[in-house]
Design a protein around this ligand. Structure first.
Ligand SMILES: *Cc1c(COP(=O)(O)O)cnc(C)c1O
Length: 442
């Protein structure tokens, strides 16, 4: 099948069906005879003769040396440079995000380090939202200043803050939406517009790039590249992998970035293992739509239950009637068929008169669930077929005192819930029991 025929076929069917079959043609494997792509497991590859070896090195990360990347059989050299399972997963991930190319990494943090690594030099600046996934925050706060790359943390819920923070040295504008852990939303198009204006008089290699961590939404619910962002990153460990068996990460972006990302991965070394790539390729992506649809339906029911609950202050869920940012959700969170797609993550606040009381009640609520609930598990991570819960105020962000958390825009009583595949009634019944315990003791 030619590339052209493949494209015609892919256009004829929905993305959901396309993701089940995977890209219908790849030069990386013979799909005419394999229903499932084989697990390849080879740290190194036979090169036949030195000429072929030399050709392989010449072509690696030199896409300008290869006339037709999409139909030419690659020369594989060594796993860290590339091998069939990762390459096939990359084709499918860029397809799912509607990007030009994708490069995978060993973890989400591997992908995040790589995108900053290729876009910044000493002396450059990054503008990032104040609240980020904990390790991303630590990378930008603790490591980048050591390389004299300064990070300006601003509240992007007001996009004008980005305009004010951009300087001639800014190279990257970085954020998550929905934000971890608060589930607040940042208006992608508004930020893209501001960056576009700032880029007007900049040369191509001086342009500011908008990079979005799309882990919470998944490409099923939101495709930032279609909204004008330059790069999307994912932790594949979460909903794309889906079962919590493997770690992984990916950067999806324009074709020019592929060589840079491959070189970065080659030298910094965070290559995704082929067996993990295979799991995500064979189990994760083909079931993404199915899982997201079911998890999202359940999340909507749970969010409405929480909106009504007297011990709950507020519910941040892009699809909840009581959520304050539904307008932004409607603008940017929709599935492949343009239906509203609020996702499977919920953040809600436990009521309490003081920050300390909210933290304390949150802690009791969670500890009750941890010992008694069957359908809710206390664990970090998210995007799993099991419902997972965590209390950032006393866990991931426990180093920050309750009062300080409030100053930083965090609620010490905030609870993050990642909805899985269990029956909604069971999850709600476990939640109800936990709410009862915090009432009795008050
Ligand atoms: C988990 C996560 C990451 C990091 O991914 P790892 O695979 O754990 O390295 C980054 N961003 C968000 C939003 C995440 O949830």
């Amino acid at each position: 099948m030619s590339k052209k025929e493949r494209e015609i076929r892919e256009k004829r069917y929905s993305m959901e069906s396309n993701l089940i079959y995977g890209r219908s043609y790849t030069p990386k494997w013979d799909f005419e005879h394999h229903l499932i792509p084989p697990i390849s497991s080879s740290a190194t590859f036979r090169l036949d003769n030195v000429q072929r070896g030399a050709q392989g090195f010449l072509e690696f990360a030199q896409s300008n040396q290869v006339v037709d990347l999409d139909s030419k059989e690659p020369i594989y050299i060594y796993d860290r440079l590339g091998e069939p399972n990762k390459d096939m997963l990359e084709e499918n991930l860029s397809f799912a995000e509607r990007g030009e190319t994708a490069v995978t990494f060993a973890t989400g943090m591997g992908a995040i380090s790589a995108i900053f690594g290729i876009l910044t030099l000493t002396g450059d600046e990054i503008v990032a939202h104040t609240i980020l996934y904990g390790c991303t925050y630590s990378l930008l706060k603790n490591w980048y200043p050591r390389y004299n790359i300064n990070v300006n943390f601003v509240n992007m819920i007001d996009p004008e803050e980005v305009r004010k923070a951009i300087t001639t040295r800014t190279k990257v504008v970085y954020f998550e939406t929905p934000i971890n852990p608060t589930l607040e939303l940042i208006d992608i198009k508004a930020i893209v517009e501001i960056v576009r204006e700032a880029n007007k008089d900049r040369a191509e290699d001086e342009k500011i790039r908008v990079v979005i961590d799309n882990t919470f939404a998944t490409p099923f619910c939101q495709r930032p590249l279609e909204l004008g962002a330059d790069f999307v990153i994912h932790s594949l460990t979460k909903n794309i992998g889906g079962y919590g068996t493997d770690m992984g990460g990916v950067v999806v972006g324009p074709s020019w970035s592929r060589d840079w990302l491959l070189l970065y991965r080659k030298d910094f070394g965070a290559a995704l293992g082929p067996k993990s790539a295979w799991n995500i390729l064979v189990y994760g992506l083909p079931t993404l739509s199915l899982r997201m649809r079911r998890q999202q339906e359940t999340a909507k029911v749970i969010a409405e239950f929480l909106c009504q609950h007297e011990d709950v202050n507020y519910v941040n869920y892009p699809g909840a009637k009581c959520f304050t940012q539904t307008e932004i959700a409607e603008k940017q969170m929709y599935d492949y068929d343009n239906n509203p797609a609020p996702g499977s993550m919920i953040y809600f606040g436990i009521r309490g008169d003081t920050p300390e009381e909210r933290r304390e009640r949150g802690e009791r609520f969670i500890n009750h669930l941890a010992t008694n609930a069957y359908t809710i598990t206390l664990a970090v991570s998210l995007g799993n077929i099991r419902t997972l819960i965590e209390h950032p105020g006393s866990m991931t962000h426990s180093a920050i005192p309750a009062e300080e958390q409030v100053k930083e825009g965090m609620d010490p009583g905030g609870i993050r819930l990642s909805v899985g595949l269990e029956k909604p009634e069971d999850i709600i019944s476990d939640l109800e029991a936990a709410f009862e315990t915090i009432q009795v003791a008050v």
